[in-house]
Design a protein around this ligand. Sequence first.
Ligand code: PBG
Length: 324
Amino acid sequence: MQFPAYRPRRLRKNENLRRMVRETDLSVDDFIYPLFVTPGEGFKKEISSMPGNYQMSIDLIVEEAKEVKDLGIPAILLFGIPEVKDEAGSEAYAEDGIVQRAIRAIKKEVSNLLVVTDVCLCEYTSHGHCGIVRNGEILNDITLELLAKEALTHAEAGADIVAPSDMMDGRVAAIRSNLDENGFQDIPIMAYSAKQASAFYGPFREAAESTPQFGDRRSYQMDAANSLEAIREVALDIEEGADIVMVKPALSCLDLIHVVKQEFGYPTAAYNVSGEFSMVKAAAERGWIDERRVVLEILTGIKRAGADIIITYHAKDAARWLGE
Ligand code: PBG
C-alpha cells in the first residue's frame, strides 16, 4: 500500500461527493427572525447600526411577518418599543401593550408562523435595566412577579413560545407556574439560559432603545469568561421547566453551545446577536468580505457547534440563499 492510504481529498473532488458526505445541513427550519415593533401606523425606521432591520408599527410588522412566513422561516421573535417607559416597565405586562397588540394582529392575519416573544423589562423601563431598580440595585425577586405577568399577557394574546431574556434568578420557574396556573401549560419556554454580559448587544440597544441609563448589566448577565457557570445556569433553567435553552451570543460562545448540547441534549438555541450581524454587514458594505458566503459559513458553524435553532438577523437573506 502506498502512503498515504487515506487521502481525505478523494471525497472533496466534486460537489456531488461533497454533498454526500456533508455532516451539517443548514436549513431554513433552523431560523428565528427578530422583529422590533413600535407604536404608530405606517411607521418604518431603519436601525442605523443594523442595515436592513427596522423598527416598524404593527400594521407593517404584520406585512413583514407574512414575508418571513413566505420565505419558509418557522418563527419570529418579537421585541417591543413602548410609547412611554417608566420605572416599573408597566407596558411590558399591560394587556394592551405594544407586543401584546402586535401578537394579536399577527395571529389574526398570519397563519402558520410561530410568534416567540422576548420577556424582559429593559425595553420598557425608563432606566433601561432588566429588573426593578432600588437604590441603584437591580432587585431580583420582585422582578419575577412582573416577568411572570408579562409572559402570561403574551400567552393570552396568542404567543406560541415565551423567551425570558432578563437573567433574574428563578424566572423560569416563576413564569412556568404562572402560565400553568392560568391554563397555559402547553406554552413552551425558551430560556436565555447562558446569556453573557456582552458588548455585542450594542446595536440591539439602538434598535430597542434600551441602553441602561446608569451602570451596566454585569450584576445579572453572565461573565463571558465562565463556562462551568454556563452549565449551571442551563441546568437550573431545565430544572425550573425550560423547554429550549439558549446560549447568547453565538460566535464568541461556540464552545458553550457545544458543551450545552452535549451535556443536556436539550433543544438548544443560539442567538447570533446584533453586533455579530453588524460586523458582517459593515465589512460586506466595504467589499472586504463576500457577505453571502460569510453568512452561510457563520450559520453553519453555529449549527455544527450544536445549535438546533439559530436566532439571526440574517434569516431572511439566508432563507433566500438556501432556497436558490
Ligand atoms: C433584552 C435583550 C437583549 C438582547 C436580546 N434580549 C439586550 C440586552 O440584554 O442588553 C440582545 C439581542 C441582540 O444583541 O441582538 N434583555
